[in-house]
Design a protein around this ligand. Structure first.
Ligand SMILES: *[C@@H]1O[C@H](CO)[C@@H](O)[C@H](O)[C@H]1NC(C)=O
Ligand SMILES: *[C@@H]1O[C@H](CO)[C@@H](O)[C@H](O)[C@H]1NC(C)=O
Ligand SMILES: *[C@@H]1O[C@H](CO)[C@@H](O)[C@H](O)[C@H]1NC(C)=O
Ligand SMILES: *[C@@H]1O[C@H](CO)[C@@H](O)[C@H](O)[C@H]1NC(C)=O
Ligand SMILES: *[C@@H]1O[C@H](CO)[C@@H](O)[C@H](O)[C@H]1NC(C)=O
Length: 649
């Protein structure tokens, strides 16, 4: 090799090193710069390699030097989205370009395998929704509203199993609405497009009202109270066949009906002869085993006392021929659920638990729709009119942290309350596990904070009604929503407790949630008593211990020490400083709540403020990784939303 060739070789290797090294080191910076060339032809974004990529405008979060959150909103960006460079940012969790003037097609984004939230709303995008979005399995939030997007909603979106929010309103979408059935779906808006056909009546889509579907060309379905036309597509012969089938069906049905009628008449005759006037037991639910002890497995979806096995049976009425009466729907506006008392009667019922005011059942109707039914123990107290008035108030409460009370039924000897069914179980089962998943564990502090905030938010909403309180706050009465948010149930029922102390048979554990001044059932409950229960619940979250003993009497001022020792034991004492600080803040809040004198307990508004402060404090210390640990599943979604646009986009 001669000298010149050697020099050339050296030079070219040097060049090679020069061009490859920085790329390997700062891939995201390179990707962002080439992205800027497409989205920002006027170079409004002040991005330069002179500073670290994590400090660039719009880069809101980094993890191990990689960009995880890119939020560039309202920058008047006028270009198009270059999919190739965007897909290199494969650590992105949140991507927002909302309120710009980006145009062209939305490129396939399947390289962004970690993306949870996508906001491209209020731009000038055209073309179709890339079907490849449905391969991004972590997607929870998809907001593409306010563009000029045409074509269909990809049917494969049904497979996005974590989808939580889908906002596609104000576009030019056509075709039918896919049969979304993911239970996670909470926010949906398809208004102001050119969609057509029947809105599928999956239980998940039935949750949305016309406000999610207005201004389309030709939609029909229950949600918008518009009947779909009969499909007249059959041929002549098909028609005949169908008619023939119909005729046979009618004959068979009438024969069966006649036989049934005879059987019923005979049965009634025999009954009326035999039956001594015995009218108790209005709802008969087969029950084989008595409710098991205090800390038995997690109740699922029902609230109230845990325990009770899986008993199947049906609701049936034995009323003395006075007519069935009606399910009365409650709630703001003309919100009406699509089931009736008859559906409920035909439903199969499963006992979820038994508690101080009554038993709770999971009722699966023939349509497959599931509700939670609470059957009150005592239908004589208070009077029907008082009951109705109180339920109208409690049933009017609607809040994301409350399990909605949808309807009630009352007859002389029977009172039922119908709630939405929450399939994700209770806070009790989350904290204490079920028999199959093993024992209790203190929750991670991120979860404690989130749950505490949810609970206080729901409680504050209840307390805004003068004289109204939860009255029975405990971990079995907190159900987990679709996004594992905490929702209060069994609220506002304390007026239905029998005032006779003999009748009260609350389990030991629920007694220790109750403020000391209210343990005698003749003493009225107060909002301050709710605050006490909240404090006990917070201690339960922090320690993973059921309050089977009077924590407050037992440990007194030593509670903080005790809580810390329990946590150290369970989680190992290698807690990060952040954890130390947050747990300390929560402990202080709990201690204020369990103050023995009611007048010294903070009002819930104050409690909520303190929790908010604890959440915000020293957040710069915490890395995003901590929220990725289980059981922080819910915090994923909530924390991955850009802060300011939580629910109002
Ligand atoms: C975007 O444009 C509007 C009006 O043209 C202007 O008021 C606004 O300041 C611009 N925003 C940015 C971030 O440049
Ligand atoms: C949006 O894009 C269309 C072409 O797709 C163009 O005609 C229109 O002027 C654009 N509107 C804005 C506000 O940029
Ligand atoms: C939803 O529908 C899809 C496709 O029809 C089906 O595979 C899936 O099991 C359904 N999921 C639920 C929760 O019903
Ligand atoms: C429809 O549902 C939305 C929330 O999803 C609610 O804000 C609105 O009041 C409801 N509208 C009607 C007419 O019930
Ligand atoms: C859906 O979007 C339309 C049009 O932007 C709006 O009027 C409506 O209130 C929205 N509904 C919901 C439930 O978000």
């Amino acid at each position: 090799m001669d000298a010149a060739a050697f020099l050339f070789f050296l030079f070219s290797s040097f060049l090679l090193v020069l061009t490859t090294l920085p790329q390997a080191k700062s891939g995201d910076a390179e990707a962002l710069l080439s992205l800027r060339a497409s989205i920002d032809p006027l170079t409004k974004l002040q991005w330069s390699t002179g500073s670290h990529v994590c400090t660039w405008q719009g880069v809101k979060h980094c993890l191990n030097g990689r960009v995880t959150k890119l939020v560039v909103e309202g920058f008047n960006l006028t270009g198009t989205l270059d999919g190739q460079s965007l897909n290199l940012l494969d650590q992105l969790r949140v991507l927002s370009f909302k309120q710009n003037s980006l145009s062209g097609e939305i490129p396939p984004l399947s390289g962004l395998a970690n993306l949870k939230s996508l906001f491209l709303n209020d731009n000038n995008f055209s073309g179709e929704i890339p079907a490849s979005l449905s391969s991004m399995h972590r997607l929870k939030v998809v907001v593409l509203s306010g563009n000029g997007i045409a074509g269909p909603i990809p049917p494969s979106f049904v497979g996005l199993s974590r989808l939580y929010m889908l906002y596609l309103q104000d576009n030019r979408l056509t075709g039918a609405i896919p049969p979304f059935n993911q239970t996670s779906l909470r926010f949906l808006n398809l208004s102001n497009n050119a969609l057509s056909g029947k809105i599928p009546s999956t239980p998940q889509l039935l949750k949305f009202n016309e406000s999610s579907f207005v201004s389309n060309i030709d939609l029909c379905g229950e949600q918008i109270r518009k009947q779909c036309p009969e499909t007249e597509t059959e041929t002549e012969t098909g028609h005949h066949k169908k008619n023939k089938k119909k005729l046979i069906l009618i004959i068979v049905l009438s024969v069966v009906g006649f036989v049934l009628l005879c059987v019923i008449i005979i049965a009634l005759l025999m009954l009326s002869r035999k039956a001594v006037k015995k009218k108790d037991k209005a709802v008969v639910v087969e029950e084989r085993t008595p409710a098991s002890g205090v800390a038995s497995g997690g109740s699922r979806g029902g609230g109230e006392e845990e325990g009770g096995g899986n008993k199947r049976g049906g609701f049936s009425w034995d009323e003395g021929g006075e007519g069935l009466g009606k399910l009365v729907f409650v709630g703001p506006g003309d919100e009406r659920m699509n089931y009736s008392l008859e559906d409920l009667l035909k439903a199969s019922a499963e006992t979820l638990g038994r508690g101080t005011v009554g038993s709770t059942y999971k009722a699966v109707m023939e349509s497959g729709y599931i509700v939670t039914v609470k059957r009150l123990k005592d239908a004589r107290y208070p009077t029907m009119e008082e009951f109705r008035r109180h339920i109208e108030i409690v049933g009017g409460l609607r809040h994301p942290n409350l399990v909605p009370l949808r309807a009630y039924f009352q007859a002389k000897e029977e009172r039922l309350l119908v709630y939405d069914y929450f399939p994700n179980g209770s806070l009790f089962s989350l904290v204490h596990g079920s028999r199959t998943t093993g024992g209790s564990k203190p929750l991670h502090w991120t979860s404690c904070l989130k749950i505490a905030q949810d609970l206080a938010t729901g409680l504050l909403y209840i307390h805004q009604n003068p004289g109204l309180m939860h009255g029975n706050l405990k971990s079995t009465n907190v159900l987990l929503g679709p996004e594992f948010e905490s929702c209060l149930t069994d609220y506002g029922l304390s007026p239905f407790r029998n005032p006779d102390p003999q009748e009260e048979s609350s389990g030991a554990s629920s007694l220790f949630y109750r403020a000391p001044e209210c343990r005698d059932p003749r003493r009225p409950l107060t909002q301050q008593a709710d605050v006490y229960s909240f404090g006990v619940l917070l201690l339960e979250l922090l320690t993973g211990k059921t309050p089977f003993q009077d924590l407050v009497q037992e440990h007194g001022p030593d509670i903080p020490k005790w809580v810390r020792s329990v946590r150290d034991e369970e989680t190992g004492s290698s807690d990060e400083p952040v954890s130390e600080e947050k747990v300390g803040a929560l402990l202080n809040i709990a201690m204020e709540c369990v103050n023995l004198s009611p007048e010294n307990r903070p009002p819930v508004r104050e409690v909520l403020r303190m929790i908010g402060e604890a959440r915000a404090e020293g957040n710069h210390l915490s890395s995003n990784t901590s929220s990725d640990h289980s059981p922080g599943r819910w915090s994923d979604t909530v924390q991955s939303l850009p802060r300011e646009e939580h629910l109002n986009i």
